[in-house]
Design a protein around this ligand. Structure first.
Ligand SMILES: N[C@@H](CCC(=O)N[C@@H](CS)C(=O)NCC(=O)O)C(=O)O
Length: 206
C-alpha cells in the first residue's frame, strides 16, 4: 500500500494528500516533521536525505520532492486526467507547478511564517507588507490566466492546479488586505467545493 510521511499542516504534504484523496488511493499516512520528529531518524534520512516532508513509498519506490510526488501519482494513477496525456497540456500543467515553487512559494513563506508562526511582537511589518504587495502581482497573473478558463490548464482540473491551489487557500485565509480578482476567486471557489480539497488543504493555519 502507498505510504506517505508528513504532518497534515505542511503545504507540501497537503499537495500530495489532496491528490491521493481525489484519486481515492488506499494509503497510510504517518505524522512526521516539526513536533512529530521522525525526519532525523537514520531510517527516515535513508529514504529522504533532506530530512523533510513529504516522502512516499509506493510498493518500494521511494520518492520525495512534493511537486514530483504529485507528478508521479498523477502519471501513474490518473494518466490523461490529472496528468494530461497530450505533451503540451502536460508541460503547461508542469509550468504552473514549477512557477508556484519558484515564484509564489518564496513570497508566501515570509507572509505565512510572519503572520502565523511568529509571535506578534517579533513580526517584521515591512517584510510582511512587501510580500503582501508582491502576492497582489502574482494574483493578477493568475487572474488573467483564469479569464475564460475553469481551471489553470482548461476546463478540467490537472496537477497544474494542485500546488498553487494549496497556496491560494492560505492566501485567502491570511489576515491581510487583498485586491479583487474575480477569476481567481471563482477558481478558488471551484476548488473549495471539492471534498478532498476541503479535507486536506483547507485546514486551520498553524
Ligand atoms: N522542496 C521540498 C520541500 C520540503 C519541505 O521543506 N517541507 C517542509 C514542510 S512544508 C519540512 O519538511 N519542514 C521541516 C519539518 O516539517 O520538520 C518539497 O517540495 O517537498
Amino acid at each position: 500500500m502507498l505510504k506517505i510521511w508528513g504532518r497534515t499542516n505542511s503545504i507540501n504534504v497537503q499537495k500530495a494528500m489532496w491528490l491521493i484523496a481525489e484519486l481515492e488511493l488506499p494509503h497510510e499516512r504517518f505524522d512526521a516533521g516539526m513536533q512529530y520528529g521522525t525526519v532525523n531518524e537514520d531510517w527516515y534520512r535513508a529514504m529522504n536525505p533532506n530530512g523533510r516532508v513529504p516522502t512516499i513509498d509506493d510498493e518500494g519506490f521511494v520518492l520525495w520532492e512534493s511537486n514530483v510526488v504529485v507528478r508521479y501519482l498523477a502519471a501513474k494513477y490518473s494518466a490523461n486526467a490529472w496528468c494530461p496525456a497530450d505533451l503540451k497540456k502536460r508541460i503547461d500543467a508542469e509550468r504552473w507547478m514549477d512557477w508556484t515553487t519558484s515564484t509564489v512559494h518564496p513570497v508566501m513563506t515570509p507572509l505565512f511564517w510572519g503572520l502565523i508562526r511568529t509571535a506578534p511582537e517579533k513580526r517584521d511589518p515591512a517584510v510582511i507588507e512587501a510580500n503582501r504587495k508582491e502576492m497582489e502581482k502574482l494574483a493578477a497573473i493568475l487572474d488573467a490566466r483564469l479569464q475564460g478558463r475553469q481551471f489553470l490548464c482548461g476546463d478540467t482540473l490537472t496537477m497544474g492546479d494542485i500546488p498553487i491551489g494549496c497556496f491560494i487557500y492560505r492566501w485567502y485565509a491570511l489576515p491581510i488586505e487583498r485586491g479583487e480578482f474575480p477569476n481567481l476567486h471563482a477558481w478558488y471557489e471551484r476548488l473549495a467545493a471539492r471534498p478532498a480539497f476541503r479535507e486536506h488543504v483547507m485546514l486551520p493555519l498553524t
